[in-house]
Design a protein around this ligand. Structure first.
Ligand SMILES: [Zn+2]
Ligand SMILES: [Zn+2]
Length: 359
C-alpha cells in the first residue's frame, strides 16, 4: 500500500473511529499497530524530498512456498573465477612493490566511498546534497566498485529498507547468511522484488543526468575503471609486473571490496545489538563499520535511514562521515541531515533492546 494511502487511512481510522490510546481489537489491532508504526516512522523523517526508503511494516510475504531457485550460471562462474583470482592474488601480496600496495589500498578506499558516500548515502537515501565536482568523483568511484549502476543499486536498496526481511527485499536476511551475502546475486530475483521494486519512486534518480549517463555507458565504464585502469597504473607508473598488478590491485582488491560491502547485508543483519529498535533485524556491527568506513551501524541506519552519518555519532569508526564533512568545508557537500539527540533517545526508550549507553 503506498505510504500516502496509509497516511490517509491512518488519519481517518484514528480521528473518526478509534482513539490512539485504545487500539482496535482482533485483526484490526494488528492493522492499527502497523499503521501507527509507519506513521511514527514517517513523522520522524526529516527529509521533504523522499520517503520511499522508510520501512513499511504493512507489507508481508504471500502465503505458500517460494518459487524454485533459478541459478544464473554466468554470475556463478564469473564470481567463482574472481574469487579464485583473488586467492592467487593473496599469495602474490608479499612480492608486490610497495607502491602497488598503496595503489590497491587507494582503489579500495575509492570504491568504498563510491558505494558508501555515493550510491548509499547520497543517491539511495538523499541524506545530503552534493555539487557537481563531488558527484563526478562519486560516480567514477562508484563505477570502480562495480556493484551494478547507481540507479539499480539505489532501487534495490530502497526496496531493502522499505520491505526489509520479506521476499521483496532483494537480499532478505531471513534466507540465511549465504543468500544475503552473495547468493542473491547468483539466482534470479524473487518475483516480489520485481513487483514491489516497480512501485518505488525513483523519479529523483531518473532526473539526474549523471546517474543516467553512468547507466547508459556502464559496461565500458566498468571495464575501464574497475579492471583496465587499476591494472595498468602500477605497470606503467612504477614498473610492476602485469600479473602482480592484475591479481592484487584488480582481482584481490575488487573481491575484498565486494565481500566487505556484502557483510552489511549479511553479518550486520544477523549479529550484534539492537539499541535503537529491537523489532527489526539490522544490528550494530563495529567490525563491519571498520571495513566499510562507517556503514555497519545498521540498527541505527534502518531506524533512521535519512541520517547522513548512518550512525548516531559522526566520526566514530566512520571515515565516510569525515569525508562528507571535509567536502562540506570545501562547499561541495551541503544540507547534511542529522537526527536530533532528543529524537534518538526517544526512539531508544520506545523500541531499544536496552544495550544503548543511556540505558
Ligand atoms: Zn540493511
Ligand atoms: Zn541504507
Amino acid at each position: 500500500m503506498p505510504v500516502r494511502l496509509l497516511q490517509e487511512k491512518l488519519s481517518s481510522s484514528y480521528t473518526t473511529t478509534t482513539p490512539i490510546t485504545v487500539p482496535p481489537k482482533g485483526s484490526l489491532q494488528n492493522e492499527g499497530e502497523k499503521l501507527e508504526k509507519i506513521s511514527l516512522y514517517l513523522a520522524e523523517d526529516i527529509r521533504p524530498e523522499m520517503k520511499d526508503d522508510i520501512y513499511d511494516p504493512s507489507y508481508q510475504d504471500a502465503e505458500g512456498p517460494r518459487p524454485k531457485l533459478e541459478y544464473v550460471w554466468r554470475n556463478i562462474i564469473l564470481m567463482g573465477l574472481l574469487h579464485l583470482g583473488a586467492l592467487h592474488g593473496l599469495t602474490l601480496v608479499p612480492t608486490c612493490k610497495f607502491y602497488t600496495w598503496l595503489w590497491a589500498y587507494f582503489c579500495y578506499w575509492t570504491s568504498i566511498e563510491g558505494i558508501g558516500a555515493g550510491a548509499h548515502r547520497l543517491w539511495s537515501h538523499r541524506t545530503y546534497k552534493a555539487r557537481l565536482p563531488l558527484r563526478l568523483f562519486l560516480i567514477i568511484a562508484n563505477t570502480m566498485a562495480f556493484q551494478n549502476d547507481v540507479y539499480e543499486w539505489a532501487r534495490d536498496h530502497r526496496a531493502h529498507h522499505k520491505f526489509s526481511e520479506t521476499d521483496a527485499d532483494p537480499h532478505n536476511s531471513r534466507r540465511g547468511f549465504f543468500f544475503s551475502h552473495v547468493g542473491w546475486l547468483l539466482v534470479r530475483k524473487h518475483p516480489a522484488v520485481k513487483e514491489k521494486g516497480r512501485t518505488l519512486d525513483l523519479s529523483d534518480l531518473r532526473a539526474e543526468k549523471l546517474v543516467m549517463f553512468q547507466r547508459r555507458y556502464y559496461k565500458p565504464a566498468v571495464l575501464l575503471m574497475c579492471f583496465i585502469l587499476p591494472t595498468l597504473v602500477p605497470c606503467f607508473c612504477w614498473g610492476e609486473t602485469f600479473l602482480h598488478s592484475l591479481y592484487v590491485a584488480t582481482f584481490l582488491r575488487y573481491a575484498v571490496v565486494l565481500n566487505i560491502t556484502w557483510l552489511v547485508n549479511s553479518a550486520a543483519h544477523l549479529y550484534g545489538y539492537r539499541p535503537y529498535d529491537k523489532n527489526i533485524e539490522p544490528r550494530e556491527s563495529p567490525l563491519v563499520s571498520l571495513g566499510t568506513m562507517g556503514e555497519g551501524f545498521h540498527n541505527y541506519h534502518h531506524a533512521f535511514p535519512y541520517d547522513y552519518s548512518t550512525s548516531e555519532y559522526r566520526w566514530h569508526i566512520n571515515f565516510t562521515t569525515f569525508f562528507i564533512d571535509c567536502m562540506a568545508v570545501l562547499g561541495l557537500a551541503y544540507d547534511r541531515k542529522k537526527v536530533s539527540k532528543a529524537a534518538i533517545l526517544a526512539r531508544v526508550k520506545r523500541t531499544g533492546d536496552g544495550s544503548h549507553k543511556s540505558d
